[in-house]
Design a protein. Structure first.
Length: 82
């Protein structure tokens, strides 16, 4: 696995984030609840596994690309029941 980069949810993804992930990341960010207490926004971490990008939000949401090249959104808790 190769570490990529980190950025804060709501900010423009860095250039290292493949364009194929951008819409799925934006969709996840739109679904985040508003924080009336002003807590820090969660951060994304981009890594690469077997040359596929994996963007993981601190909340456990994962955006990756399937074998066909389509973005997939899941939650790390989904892996516990697989």
């Amino acid at each position: 696995m190769q570490l990529g980069t980190r950025w804060t949810a709501g900010d423009t993804p860095p250039s290292a984030v493949p364009a194929v992930l951008h819409d799925a990341i934006a969709s996840v960010e739109r679904a985040l609840p508003a924080d009336p207490l002003g807590q820090p926004r969660p951060r994304w971490t981009l890594t690469w596994l077997e040359r596929r990008p994996i963007a993981e939000l601190d909340t456990g949401v994962i955006v990756t690309v399937d074998a066909a090249g389509s973005p997939v959104v899941r939650h790390d808790a989904d892996d516990e029941f697989a």
